[in-house]
Structure formats: structure tokens, C-alpha cells
Design a protein around this ligand. Structure first.
Ligand code: IDP
Ligand code: CA
Length: 410
């Protein structure tokens, strides 16, 4: 794999031998914090660096779960504090990167929807703690190395990752693919419009020009905050309209009838349960869930005729229900999610022992794809977790961008 045009050849001294360098990217997502340690090799000065591999690790919950008290937290054990999770993951980076490279290896953390949903004060307090952990580390800490990422970058950088890994950003005959990311708190859709009408019919803030690998891409991208899978559970349960959630039982026809349980998300405790008296099953569930998306998302016509790469919770729920192989992924049509949602919701007792939310999640994915984005029943979705053993995440695109901005080959 080549970084076409990423590093100008004049940055590579003549006669340099094979040179290895590293980049560390933290993804502070709403449900977990992950570290991606990328290794690049420049084999000779004439050639562009190659992405050699990735070390990936994750911890749960995400930083936003530590929002109430960033320093001490409610947790007895210090290591469960938010910034501590970053420190633990950084230890892995020390194992992976040889000490002689520490000082020139950049480390960056980008937070997504979990922190976007917190108050500015709480989010900044958490980020400050992380920044301190970075400063104490032996790695290169660039300016603004700890931040909340803009939602449009999240989509663009994931699009860059997928299209780079599938070889669509270099060489002849580039046929880029669109990407769908479904996080815990937000969801992104990104593609390169093929038709002039799409550009004309799209609100300007859904279009972003982005330069990478010596090309400029004018992408359709949007991040919908509050439309991630877990945020959608809360919206379906009506938890977002209620001010004092404490003590209130939130009921839904998407949950097993007899269920009553507690759920923690974003530092808040929710109590939820099934519709003891009323209906359960796909139809009433769909009616509940569709209200969360209907009329709230922009529907670009051209996506009905294209196929998309889908990952994160699209992948997880498809794998959980054996629609795809957990390791290899697979190709599905939008209607496959609907079929599975019906099967699970109408036989709730058989399916929901692993997760009581399985019916609601599959129904939400169906509603989001069909009523939200406006995909057709037969739109193809390529469910992918890794390409060539590299995670399909915005983190690789973000690392390219970082290395490009730092001009860091040596
Ligand atoms: O590096 C990765 N590779 C594959 N999936 C990932 C990676 N990072 C996060 N995910 C997936 O993203 C989903 C969780 O979303 P996240 O916690 O990032 O919420 P957010 O994007 O709304 O902040 C899960 O399905 C998780 O498996
Ligand atoms: Ca994410």
C-alpha cells in the first residue's frame, strides 16, 4: 500500500536506508477509548512510505462516562478514571514503539459524539486531564493534540481510510465507495457525489472539500449527533424529553415484555422495561422507532443507486445475529436488516438473552437506513471491520492527515 503523494520525494534524503516510523491515534468514542498504533516503512527514498501494520486496543467505557468527576470519579480504584484509561493504553504504545523513536512519534486524541454531548466545561476538564497524561509521556505531543473532532471530519476521515485501504485513492480507474458509520451517539454518511444534481440538491453544509494524496475530493458528508445506536435507544424510550430521569421506568414495545432493568450511558442511569400490558413485536416497535428518524435526515437521491461500506454498530449487530461472519464480514442488502429485525422482534424470548436491546437496535438500523437516509430495500452494504488487517476507522485517515501536516517522515 502506498501513500501516493503523501510525502514529497524531496523530503527523503538520498541513500537513506529502510526507515520505520510510527503514528499514535486515540479514538475517544462515546462507548470506548481506543488506541491505534500505525507503523510505516519507507523502503527507499524513491518510493513513498508503506503502511506496514497496526496495533489496536480498546477499553470501555468511553471518556464521557467519567464526566461527573474527572479527577476522582465515583470509582474506588484509580485506574478506572478517564485519563487513566488513556495512560494504560499509552503503556502499550511504549511497548510497540522502540524507545529511540518515542520523541518523534506523534500522539493525538480525538473525541467524538460522547464528548460533543457533554457541557463544554465537563468536556474540557476531561480533555485537560488527557493532555496532562500526554505531556508526561515520552512521545511527541503536537499543538492541539487533544480535541473534540468536528463531525464532518469524522465522516471524511473514515471515507479516506476505507477508500485508501481498498485501493481507490491511487492508480487508474478509481471508483470510490461511500461509508456508513454508526457509533453510540452519532452516525455519519459520506460519499463522493457522481451526479451534478446531487451537488445542486444538497445543502452547502453537507459538502466538504478535502485534500489528500495530492487530490481534492468534494464529498457529501454529515454527522448526525444523537442518532448513534445508543442515543437512539434513549430517544425511542423517550428518555431525552424527560428532565428527571431518575426513578422513572421507560417502557417500549421493542423490549421483552417482562424485562425491567437499569442501563448506564454517558454517566446517567436509566431504568427501562418491556410493555407489560401492551403490545410487543416488530410492528409496534417500528412505529416507535421510526418517529426518531422520520423527516430528520437529508435524503440524497443518488445513494439509492450505489453501494456502501458499513461498519461499527452496523457490523456488530449483523455479526451478533449471524447475518455475517464475525471475522470476515459480508455483503447484505438493506432488506436483510429488516428481515432479521422482524425475526428477532417477533420471537423476542429466543433472541434477547444476550442483549435485551437486540430487537430495538435492528429495528433502528432498518428505520435509519430506509426512512432516515432513504436507501432502497436492495441497496448493497459491504459490512467490513478490517481491510488487510487494518481497522476500518477514521483513525487511519486522521493519522495520514496528522503526518501530512507535520511533514513527519524522519
Ligand atoms: O477501530 C475500530 N474498528 C472497528 N470498529 C470500531 C472501532 N472503533 C469503534 N468501533 C465501533 O464503533 C461503535 C461504537 O461507537 P463509538 O463508541 O465510537 O461512538 P461515537 O462514534 O458515537 O462516539 C462500536 O460498534 C465499535 O465496535
Ligand atoms: Ca466512532
Amino acid at each position: 500500500m502506498w501513500f501516493q503523494g503523501l510525502f514529497p520525494s524531496n523530503m527523503c534524503p538520498a541513500n537513506a536506508s529502510a526507515y520505520t516510523f510510527y503514528g499514535i491515534m486515540f479514538d475517544a468514542g462515546s462507548t470506548g477509548t481506543r488506541i491505534h498504533i500505525y507503523t510505516f516503512v519507507q523502503k527507499n527514498p524513491e518510493q513513498l512510505p508503506e503502511l506496514e501494520g497496526e496495533i489496536f486496543e480498546s477499553v470501555k467505557p468511553g471518556l464521557s462516562a467519567y464526566a461527573s468527576e474527572p479527577k476522582k470519579g465515583d470509582y474506588v480504584n484509580m485506574k478506572y478514571q478517564g485519563a487513566e484509561t488513556v495512560r494504560i493504553l499509552l503503556e502499550m504504545a511504549k511497548e510497540a514503539v522502540p524507545p529511540s523513536h518515542w520523541k518523534k512519534t506523534p500522539v493525538v486524541l480525538k473525541a467524538t459524539a460522547g464528548l460533543r454531548l457533554l457541557s463544554e466545561q465537563k468536556a474540557q476538564a476531561l480533555l485537560l486531564e488527557v493532555r496532562e497524561v500526554f505531556e508526561e509521556s515520552p512521545f511527541l505531543v503536537p499543538d492541539n493534540s487533544v480535541s473534540i473532532m468536528d463531525g464532518s471530519y469524522e465522516g471524511i476521515l473514515a471515507w479516506i481510510t476505507v477508500n485508501f485501504l481498498t485501493g481507490q485513492l491511487y492508480g487508474q480507474n478509481q471508483q470510490t465507495v461511500g461509508t456508513l458509520d454508526l457509533g453510540g451517539a452519532s452516525t455519519q454518511i459520506t460519499f463522493l457525489p457522481r451526479f451534478e444534481e446531487t451537488l445542486e440538491q444538497t445543502p452547502v453544509d453537507f459538502l466538504s472539500s478535502f485534500e489528500m494524496f495530492n487530490s481534492t475530493y468534494k464529498l457529501y458528508t454529515h454527522s448526525y449527533l444523537g442518532f448513534g445506536l445508543k442515543a437512539a435507544r434513549l430517544a425511542t424510550l423517550g428518555a431525552l424529553e424527560i428532565k428527571a430521569v431518575d426513578g422513572q421506568m421507560l417502557r417500549s414495545s421493542c423490549l421483552p415484555k417482562q424485562l425491567e432493568a437499569e442501563w448506564h450511558f454517558g454517566g446517567v442511569k436509566y431504568q427501562y422495561g418491556g410493555n407489560r400490558e401492551g403490545e410487543t413485536g416488530f410492528e409496534p416497535c417500528y412505529a416507535e422507532v421510526v418517529k426518531v428518524v422520520q423527516g430528520k435526515l437529508h435524503q440524497p437521491d443518488e445513494i439509492r443507486r450505489s453501494s456502501f461500506y458499513a461498519f461499527s454498530y452496523y457490523y456488530d449487530r449483523a455479526a451478533d445475529t449471524n447475518m455475517i461472519d464475525y471475522e470476515k464480514g459480508g455483503v447484505l442488502e438493506v432488506r436483510d436488516f429488516e428481515r432479521k429485525a422482524k425475526e428477532v422482534c417477533d420471537n423476542m424470548d429466543m433472541y434477547t438473552s444476550a442483549s435485551p436491546f437486540l430487537c430495538m437496535d435492528l429495528t433502528y438500523i432498518t428505520a435509519l437506513l430506509k426512512e432516515g437516509f432513504g436507501f432502497g430495500d436492495n441497496t448493497l452494504l459491504q459490512l467490513t471491520k478490517k481491510v488487510n488487517n487494518i481497522e476500518t476507522s477514521w483513525a487511519l485517515g486522521a493519522t495520514f492527515h496528522l503526518l501530512q501536516s507535520l511533514g513527519l517522515t524522519h
